[in-house]
Design a protein around this ligand. Structure first.
Ligand SMILES: Cc1cc2nc3c(=O)[nH]c(=O)nc-3n(C[C@H](O)[C@H](O)[C@H](O)COP(=O)(O)O)c2cc1C
Length: 364
């Protein structure tokens, strides 16, 4: 209520990107203040419960609700975000070298559609800068994934080198990695999802993960984040190639370039669409990946989750964990407690004692 009644009307008067910076700045400041994280936890934290805690990728997730990539691109507010009820978070997308991203405006609200369109273009401060910030973190209450991409000026034939550089610069500081080949805002990035480019990229990523694991003595997981805008045949190929590559999981899905069913004038803006209109397609992709891999490849579900029912639908379709971004903008941090309480209730009603029993339940 606090967010929707007081903060949201103020934020929604600002340009979306200014509001974004105010949120990041506020959480960074609050998280760094003595007692700040505890205050945030008191206001918005989610109490860990046995039924929703998940052990996966060798990590403990106190709850299955994560912050999706793109909000904390530079890992500036990890303490703040981990105190407002998230069970894990992604930082990034980070590229080897810092880059400014696309010209502004590049982020648009579509309030009647409960959606956003963005064409940020991986604006970030670069891998070394992120490594310094993550290294300085004293305490990590939840797993932090580093989402990695390629610089805009790197041609696709050299893309693997950018992913390798990000992995080597950030390996000690990431709990796991996400290979982003699905943003629509870096020219040709999505081509890396197809054909031999996908196979050779994943081979390079796996090799670099192996090198870093040997060096540090610690094996970590790497996932691949995929787009919803693919044909059934393309998705089948991608899923096969990803499963065969030996990576540890899939994030489904990134934003869409589809504009079906929108009412707001900002639908005409170029970029990736997130929020409610993406919900059903991303759930469908999760279901297809789960079926094809017979539930053997863990899936993190992302796309249009606003309610516990939305989250539960993705879990039953096959997601082991879920993530939100756009709902946080529209509903505020209160959404995490609502999702958590609602998920517990939905599990209980269906007779499941633990969330893992519900994962993929649609297919049984
Ligand atoms: C403004 C904005 C920036 C984003 N930036 C990234 C990014 O850098 N990397 C990435 O993998 N996904 C990025 N995403 C996609 C989100 O992580 C998420 O997958 C997508 O928005 C769908 O979830 P949602 O409907 O809950 O927002 C971004 C989304 C938004 C709205």
């Amino acid at each position: 209520m606090l967010y929707r009644r007081i903060a949201k009307p103020v934020f929604f008067k600002m340009s979306p990107e200014t509001a974004h910076h105010v949120v990041i700045g506020g959480l960074k400041y609050a998280g760094a203040l003595p007692g700040g994280a505890a205050t945030l936890r008191g206001m918005y934290g989610v109490k860990e419960t046995e039924d929703l805690a998940v052990d996966l990728f060798g990590l403990h997730f106190p709850n299955p609700i994560g912050l999706a990539a793109g909000l904390d691109k530079n890992a500036e507010a990890v303490a703040g975000f981990s105190s407002i009820g998230f069970g894990f978070m992604e930082v990034g997308t980070v590229t080897p070298v810092g880059q400014p991203g696309n010209d502004r405006p590049r982020l648009f609200r579509l309030p009647p559609d409960e959606a956003l369109v963005n064409r940020m273009g991986f604006n970030n401060l670069g891998a070394e800068s992120m490594a310094e910030r993550l290294a300085a973190l004293k305490h990590r209450p939840v797993p932090v994934a580093v989402n990695i991409g390629k610089n805009k000026t790197t041609p696709n034939e050299d893309a693997h080198k950018d992913y390798e550089k990000c992995i080597s610069a950030l390996y000690p500081y990431a709990d796991f990695f996400v290979v982003n080949i699905s943003s629509p805002n870096t020219p040709d990035l999505r081509k890396l999802q197809h054909g031999s480019e996908l196979k050779s990229l994943l081979e390079a990523v796996r090799a670099e993960m192996g090198v870093q694991a040997a060096k540090s003595g610690e094996a970590k997981s790497v996932l691949v984040k995929i787009a919803p805008d693919v044909s059934d045949e393309e998705l089948e190929y991608m899923t096969d190639a990803i499963a065969a590559s030996g990576v540890d999981g899939i994030i489904a899905t990134n934003t869409t370039i589809s504009r079906a069913g929108l009412t707001h004038r900002n639908a005409s803006e170029t970029g990736g669409l997130s929020g409610k209109p993406l919900r059903d397609r991303s759930t469908e992709v999760i279901g297809r990946v789960y079926r094809q891999t017979e539930g053997k490849l863990p899936i993190i579900g992302s796309g249009g989750i606003f309610t516990s029912r939305d989250a539960y639908d993705k879990i039953k379709a096959g997601a082991s964990l879920i993530e939100i971004y756009t709902a946080l903008i529209y509903e505020g941090p209160e959404v995490n407690r609502a999702l958590h309480a609602g998920l517990r209730e939905l599990l209980r009603k269906d007779g499941f004692r633990h969330i893992t029993e519900a994962v993929g339940a649609d297919h049984r």
